[in-house]
Design a protein around this ligand. Structure first.
Ligand code: GGG
Length: 361
């Protein structure tokens, strides 16, 4: 009897959530399903879609089901769209869904690659000829997103309110993300880690970060390092982009810098990300960096490249490394051919970009 080919089936929870999230998650699913269909049965994706988000909140008062985390735990990965809609306060929607998943599943490493795409003009004209290629590594579990603080602390009523928002830095939290950045740098052509803080002004937590960075760096003598204040790093992103490789920063600083980086590469719509639980005790979550973009939602204009790039990061996570590379190449072939959505100067629809990427697989 001949051996039957075995199929690896990956169980994925799709959470499109709000606005263009629905369109770009459908785009990523179409690309992954096309890959699976062409795999000769080697692998398959078993999707379950969850209807959570701001619309769900308006109907139920919750951003996700009460047992949502328990249900998500059963999956190999979560494929997320975007959270936020004008009818729900942003802090309610963010904490009720995206941050709830990241923090409960200890997805402490948020990886945000930034690079140029052929055929897309960057605002960094000077650098158009330079192979800009960074990864922003965002500490994703504490820092400015620890959720510590409170309102109405003065007790003096309206007009005199006092609010407190505390950033939390633990040595363990700093060390694990900094080591992650160094290990990542070792896999890259340019072996360099730039650490970003504002430790001249934030003299407790960010000094702990800087000291931890210096201590960990001693274990990686083969990796070049620098410590840069976040204001100076913002300027460096624009003026000396070729000098960067891996950039590691706290939750808030890395969020801001990665938006700047993807805008410099051409559009926020291009930026992919992975929220990893590196120990694999919980599912990791893959999502475009962009938000729900209410101004263009439902019009078929959303750039799907950030979401499709995030699907490629998910393939890497599953060990489908060649397939991930095929998706990246198909994205590049599509942008090189000028099949571009309006945010990057084209006239193509979301569906046309998806069709082109699938054709180039
Ligand atoms: N796909 C990413 C997303 O939905 N982002 C919404 C947002 O407001 N994020 C802010 C943050 O996570 O810090």
């Amino acid at each position: 009897m001949s051996a039957q080919p075995t199929t690896s089936t990956f169980k994925i929870a799709a959470v499109p959530a709000d606005g263009v999230g629905t369109e770009v998650v459908a785009a990523g699913r179409a690309v992954l399903d096309a890959l699976a269909a062409g795999s000769g049965g080697a692998f398959a994706f078993d999707w379950t879609e969850f209807p959570w988000g701001c619309g769900y909140y308006e109907r139920t008062g919750r951003m996700m089901d009460e047992d949502g985390l328990e249900r998500l735990r059963e999956f190999d990965a979560i494929y997320f769209g975007a959270v936020g809609w004008p009818s729900v306060p942003d802090h309610t929607s963010l904490w009720g869904l995206r941050l709830k998943i990241c923090q409960n599943f200890d997805q402490w490493a948020n990886i945000r690659p930034v690079h140029f795409h052929p055929g897309i003009t960057s605002p960094l004209r000077k650098a158009d000829h330079i192979p800009l290629d960074w990864v922003v590594v965002r500490e994703n579990s504490e820092g400015e997103y620890a959720g510590l603080g409170g309102r109405n602390l003065s007790g003096r009523g309206p007009g005199n309110e006092v609010a407190l928002q505390t950033a939390l830095f633990t040595e363990r939290g700093c060390e694990r993300i900094i080591r992650f950045a160094f290990d990542l740098a070792r896999t890259r052509t340019r072996k360099k880690v730039s650490s970003v803080t504002k430790s001249n002004a934030q003299q407790y937590g960010m000094v702990l970060w800087d000291e931890t960075f210096a201590r960990v760096a001693a274990d990686y003598p083969d990796v070049e390092t620098e410590s840069v204040l976040v204001d100076a790093m913002s300027a460096k992103f624009v003026l000396k982009p070729e000098d960067l490789s891996v950039v590691v920063a706290s939750n808030l600083n890395a969020d801001i810098l990665s938006d700047l980086g993807s805008a410099l590469a051409g559009s926020l719509g291009l930026a992919a990300s992975a929220n990893l639980n590196p120990e694999r005790r919980f599912p990791s979550m893959f999502e475009p960096v962009h938000g729900s973009a209410p101004d263009i939602a439902g019009q078929g204009l959303a750039n799907p490249i950030g979401a499709i790039g995030s699907a490629a990061l998910m393939l890497d996570h599953f060990g489908l490394v060649d397939e991930a590379a095929r998706v990246h190449k198909a994205i590049e072939a599509t942008t090189a051919a000028g099949v571009l959505t309006p945010d990057v100067g084209g006239t193509a629809t979301t569906d046309e970009v998806v069709a082109s990427i699938i054709d180039h697989l």
